[in-house]
Design a protein around this ligand. Structure first.
Ligand SMILES: Cc1ncc(COP(=O)(O)O)c(C=O)c1O
Length: 350
C-alpha cells in the first residue's frame, strides 16, 4: 500500500493465476495448458518472423484476422485479435459490458469476470449453477445489461448445446451475450455459425488451449462489425500493438495446421475419457466434461487435502477455496504418462 495509490487500486481484488513452478519434473495439471508441443509449423513461422523484429508489427494484425476469418467462414472485419483472450475479454468488459443495469454470469465460472467488473466498476449479479453444476438458462430471464457465459463452463467443463446458446441470444435481443469459448475445441459446440443471424452475440476464443500456445498470448473475438469496431476503439486507446510480429506469425501457422489440430484434440479427448474412467473407479464423482480438464470430488477426502497430497508428490492440480466447490479438484488432461502419475498417487492415498 502507498499514498500514491489511486482509489481504484485500493479497491481491486486481482485475479490469481495458477502456479507456474520453476523446478523440472513436476506433473503440471493445474492451468489447463495443452500437454503437447505446438505444431512444428508454428516454430518455423516464428523463426522466420525474427527477421522483421526491427519493425513495428501490423497494428491491425490483418493477416492473422484474415486467416481466422477464412477458418471460421466470417469476414475479416468480424474478427478482433488481442494479447490472449484475457485481454480480448478485458476490452469486451470495458467496451461493451459497462452499462447501468447489472451484468449476469454464473456464480461458479471463470474467476476473472468479477475482477474485470472491479477494474471497470461494472455492476454484476451471479446466477447460481443448479445442484448438478449446470447453467440454468431460465435464470437469465431477468433485467440485465448483458450476459457472459463460458461454454463449456470453467471450472465445471459442462457444455451447452448451440441451440441452447441460440435460444438465450434470441431471448435477449437488446442485451449483448458474450460466449467465452476458451475450451470449445475439446468436444463442445461453437456458436460462431450464429454470428450472421445475431447482432447481439460475441464469441471469444484463444490459441492457449487447443493450439498449445499459452505462452504466445493470442486470443480473438468474432462478432458483427459494430461490436468489433467497439473493441478496436478501446484497443487503439490502450495499446496499438498488442500482438508482436512473432505472435502474429505463429498464430497464423497454428490456425492453418489442421492436421496437427485434429490429431492433438482427438488425443486429448481420448485421454480425458480414460482419466474420467480411472477417477470414477477410484470413487470420484466426475462432472461430464467437454473441456481439456475435469472437475472431480471424492466423498471420503477433502479437496484441499487431496491437492496438498498430490503437490507433495509432484503433481499440481487446481483447487478453489470457494463455497460449493471447495471439495472439487480441477485436473487438466495431461499426456497418458502424466495422467498415469496422477492416478498412481491417488491410488496410494485412497
Ligand atoms: C474460461 C477462460 N477464458 C479465458 C481464459 C484466458 O485464456 P488466455 O488469456 O490464455 O487466452 C481462460 C484461461 O484459463 C479461461 O479459463
Amino acid at each position: 500500500m502507498s499514498r500514491f495509490w489511486s482509489s481504484v487500486v485500493h479497491g481491486l481484488s486481482p485475479y490469481v493465476p495458477g502456479e507456474q513452478p520453476k523446478q523440472d519434473g513436476i506433473v503440471k495439471l493445474n492451468t489447463n495448458e495443452n500437454p503437447y508441443p505446438p505444431s512444428s509449423q508454428v516454430l518455423e513461422a516464428i523463426a522466420a518472423a525474427t527477421a522483421r523484429l526491427r519493425l513495428y508489427p501490423d497494428p491491425r494484425a490483418f493477416v492473422l484476422r484474415e486467416t481466422i476469418a477464412a477458418h471460421y467462414h466470417v469476414a475479416t472485419e468480424e474478427v478482433f485479435v488481442g494479447n490472449g483472450s484475457d485481454e480480448v475479454l478485458a476490452h469486451t468488459f470495458q467496451a461493451l459490458l459497462r452499462h447501468d443495469a447489472p451484468l449476469l454470469f454464473p456464480d461458479i465460472t471463470y474467476s476473472f469476470y468479477p475482477v474485470y467488473c472491479g477494474l471497470y466498476r461494472i455492476r454484476y449479479e451471479e446466477m447460481p449453477l443448479d445442484s448438478a453444476m449446470k447453467v440454468q438458462l431460465a435464470d437469465y430471464r431477468r433485467s440485465c445489461s448483458a450476459i457472459v457465459l463460458p461454454n463449456p463452463n470453467a471450472p465445471t467443463g459442462i457444455g451447452l448445446a448451440r441451440d441452447e446458446v441460440e435460444a438465450l441470444v434470441a431471448e435477449h435481443p437488446d442485451q449483448l451475450v458474450v460466449i467465452d469459448e476458451a475450451y470449445v475445441d475439446f468436444g463442445g459446440e461453437s456458436a460462431v455459425p450464429l454470428i450472421a443471424r445475431h447482432d447481439n452475440l460475441l464469441i471469444v476464443q484463444t490459441l492457449s488451449k487447443s493450439r498449445a500456445l499459452a505462452g504466445l498470448r493470442v486470443g480473438f473475438a468474432i462478432g458483427q462489425r459494430p461490436l468489433i469496431e467497439a473493441l478496436e476503439r478501446v484497443k487503439d486507446s490502450f495499446n496499438s500493438y498488442p500482438l508482436d510480429c512473432l505472435a502474429i506469425a505463429g498464430a497464423v501457422a497454428a490456425i492453418k495446421d489442421d492436421a496437427w489440430f485434429a490429431e492433438t484434440r482427438q488425443r486429448i479427448m481420448a485421454s480425458r475419457q480414460a482419466l474420467v474412467r480411472e477417477l470414477s473407479e477410484l470413487g470420484f464423482e466426475v462432472l461430464p466434461s467437454v473441456a481439456n480438464f475435469v472437475f472431480a470430488r471424492h466423498c471420503g477426502h477433502r479437496g484441499v487435502n487431496l491437492a496438498a497430497h498430490l503437490r507433495e508428490r509432484g503433481v499440481l492440480v487446481r483447487h478453489f477455496q470457494k463455497p460449493r466447490i471447495e471439495d472439487f479438484l480441477r485436473i487438466s488432461v495431461g499426456t497418458e504418462d502424466q495422467c498415469g502419475r496422477l492416478i498412481a498417487v491417488l491410488r496410494d492415498l485412497i
